[in-house]
Ligand binder design. Structure first.
Ligand code: TXA
Ligand code: MG
Length: 315
């Protein structure tokens, strides 16, 4: 593992060629996806996967998402049903992770945490074709590039702040377009559970899924990583705040008369709010309390509220 500062290179052919070499050699590369920055390693290499857990301080029972470089590769690692196939056709490449029955392949056992399922996604980001162009065929494991439990990174600076010195290279592709992690659906026969609301709003599944259950309602165990407290700044987070109290930083949404420290979206645009959320939680993490305005529950607002609840949960 590298000590000292991480190498940050601007996204481009040179950076991706170097990234491919590092990944082939079992190293760790942080790079921008369409959701948040991820920390990539070769999913077939046990030692590389172990380094991911160590760099993040991630508990070994929390499995990693396998990122394929082509949508067709899903079948190699998972049993893809008719419904999963329809979702892959509709939404990949894109911010949707599917949890499917796992096939026995050469994937690192540590990445799967011993589960009979596999979480798999094919992201929509320039690095995917750039890495394919170097001859790398994947798959990669790629958790968010933050220390375990902290807020996910949406810029190279966030990655360097959390993991600088623990990774071999960081690729700077500017701020992420989505700003919140991928949506995770678990599919088992015709039973579909929304394990994690995310960048792809649940409404988008209506043409494909008539009965989308939430884990709370289905009695399903959450994704092992979806602990109650997660995505958390150091500050205490106060939700649905309609006033700013002494010693608080106020995070507004939409038009407001309050003397706000930051505004997730002055126009009340939920996509803009999602893009700004983690940046704001990191920037305001100097005050003892971050008070957050109410955020509507439709569209990507569901994912924003989910993350805010976890940021506010008892630790
Ligand atoms: O947008 C994203 O998905 C980002 C980018 C980098 O691709 N990745 C990401 O990975 O958010 P991570 O490791 O931070 O979150 C993955 C979540 C964890 O909560 C983990 O417990 C869950 O997926 N997960 C992984 N494998 C699973 C499985 N077989 N069953 C249920 N949950 C699983
Ligand atoms: Mg994460």
């Amino acid at each position: 593992m590298k000590s000292g500062k991480a190498v940050i290179l601007p996204a481009g052919p040179k950076a991706y060629a170097r990234a491919a070499d590092i990944l082939r050699g079992g190293g760790l590369v942080a790079l921008p996806t369409e959701t948040v920055y991820g920390l990539a390693a070769d999913a077939m290499n046990n030692a590389a996967v172990a380094r991911i857990y160590a760099a993040k301080g991630r508990p070994s029972h929390n499995p990693l998402i396998v990122h394929v470089l082509s949508p067709d590769d899903a079948d190699i690692y998972a049993r893809v049903s008719g419904l999963s196939r329809d979702l892959i056709t509709a939404f990949w490449p894109g911010p949707l992770t599917l949890v499917l029955p796992r096939r026995e392949t050469g994937l690192s056992a540590a990445a799967g945490a011993g589960l009979p399922t596999i979480a798999i996604r094919c992201p929509d980001a320039p690095w995917r074709s750039a890495l394919c162009g170097t001859g790398l065929s994947g798959p990669l494991v790629m958790p968010s590039a933050n220390r375990s439990g902290h807020v996910s990174p949406t810029s190279a600076v966030h990655v360097a702040a959390d993991l600088g010195g623990r990774v071999d290279m960081i690729i700077d592709g500017g701020p992420c377009a989505g700003g919140i992690e991928s949506t995770i659906l678990k599919i088992d026969g015709d039973k579909v559970v929304l394990l994690r609301p995310g960048t792809l709003p649940a409404e988008r599944f209506a043409p494909y899924i008539s009965d989308l259950r939430l884990p709370e309602k289905s009695g399903e165990i959450l994704a092992p990583g979806m602990l109650k407290s997660h995505y958390a700044p150091k500050a205490f987070v106060r939700l649905n705040a309609r006033e700013k109290r002494a010693d608080e930083a106020y995070l507004a949404f939409g038009e407001t008369d309050i003397d706000a420290d930051m505004n997730l979206s002055p126009d009340g645009d939920l996509a803009e709010a999602a893009r700004n959320l983690y940046q704001a939680l990191r920037a305001l993490d100097t005050k003892p309390v971050i008070a957050v305005a109410p955020i509507p529950m439709y569209g990507i607002g569901e994912a924003i509220n989910d993350r805010l609840r976890r940021a506010a949960a008892e630790r």
